[in-house]
Each structure stands twice: as structure tokens, then as C-alpha cells.
Design a binder for this molecule. Structure first.
Ligand code: MTE
Ligand code: MO
Length: 158
């Protein structure tokens, strides 16, 4: 009986460890217009040029520092060509935007808030964020709709 209990505790804690580490291992999928799909790990994203800004958002309290990769430079680094970017979340929320709307450093694919990775529960592991506090032109309904949290895939369409 005691041995079974110890075994049960061991199995349970092993399962919890897997869950705790899972956020770091959810890859971002980038699919190009030609159909090629690239999987980027957090490590891959960290190896790219980093962009950060501090802003308030309508979903968070106070100011937070968001850091990660500029969506424009991420797509340029994989030679993405097309007209439209489709961004899809783990919950199958999905939104499309013209590639031409991407600016240098806005939005970013945030990998961290205040230097910490975000769990799925905290809208992670990846969150599209605009520098909303930079000006009213960033605080638009379409930018809110493009602020996809729990981001799973970027897909470039022709
Ligand atoms: N993953 C995910 N991101 C999302 C959404 C969603 O349903 N799932 N809704 C979007 C839309 S349409 C808007 S307007 C805002 C909605 O934020 P709210 O639900 O806090 O109003 O987040 C955007 N990001
Ligand atoms: Mo929305």
C-alpha cells in the first residue's frame, strides 16, 4: 500500500513537471506562402534581434515591459513574401492583417512580460503587442483585434 502511494506521488509530480515546463517548449509555427512551415522554439526567438517597449494595455494592470521579436523583422528573417498575415491562437482565434501594416518594431511578438516568460494562462507563451502608449493611432479596434495572445501560428498568405 505504502509503495503504491509513493509510486502515485512520483507519477503525479512527474506529470506536474512536464506541465510546468510545457510553456517553454510550445513552438511557434511560421508558414510561408509557398507552404513551407518553420517551427521556432523560444530559444530560436531569443536568438533573433530583440525589441522591447513599456506600455499599458487594456488587458493588464499598470505599465509592463514587453520584449520579444518585431513581427516585421521576424518575417523578413525568414524571407516571407505575400500580402496578408494570418495570426492564429491556441484557442483557434484567428485574425488577418495586411503585411503592409507591419512597422519596424510594431507590433512585436512578445516572449516576455517584465522579463518573465508567460504561461498559457497568462496569455502566453507568445503575445502580439503594440506600443499602445506611443500614441492614439496605436489604440485602435483593429490593433486590439490583432493583439493575439496564446499565439500559435503566423501564416503568410499570397
Ligand atoms: N487568443 C486570442 N486573442 C485575442 C482574442 C481571442 O479571442 N483570443 N480576441 C481579440 C479581439 S477581437 C479583441 S477586440 C481583443 C479582445 O480583448 P477583450 O476580449 O479583452 O475585449 O483581443 C484580441 N485577441
Ligand atoms: Mo474584437
Amino acid at each position: 500500500m505504502f509503495r503504491m502511494l509513493v509510486a502515485a506521488i512520483f507519477v503525479t509530480s512527474a506529470a506536474l513537471c512536464v506541465e510546468a515546463n510545457a510553456q517553454d517548449t510550445i513552438p511557434l509555427e511560421v508558414e510561408l506562402a509557398g507552404g513551407q512551415a518553420i517551427q521556432l522554439s523560444l530559444e530560436d526567438l531569443d536568438a533573433m534581434e530583440q525589441t522591447e517597449f513599456t506600455t499599458t494595455t487594456i488587458w493588464t494592470d499598470g505599465s509592463n515591459r514587453f520584449s520579444g521579436v518585431s513581427v516585421l523583422s521576424l518575417l523578413q528573417s525568414v524571407d516571407a513574401e505575400g500580402t496578408t498575415l494570418q495570426m492564429s491562437a491556441l484557442n483557434d482565434y484567428s485574425v488577418e492583417m495586411p503585411l503592409a501594416d507591419l512597422e519596424d518594431g510594431a507590433p512585436i511578438l512578445a516572449t516576455r512580460m517584465d522579463g518573465e516568460t508567460m504561461s498559457v494562462r497568462e496569455k502566453g507563451p507568445y503575445w502580439i503587442i503594440y506600443p499602445f502608449d506611443r500614441g492614439a493611432r496605436y489604440q485602435t479596434e483593429s490593433n486590439f483585434a490583432r493583439s493575439v495572445w496564446q499565439l500559435k501560428q503566423l501564416k503568410v498568405l499570397d
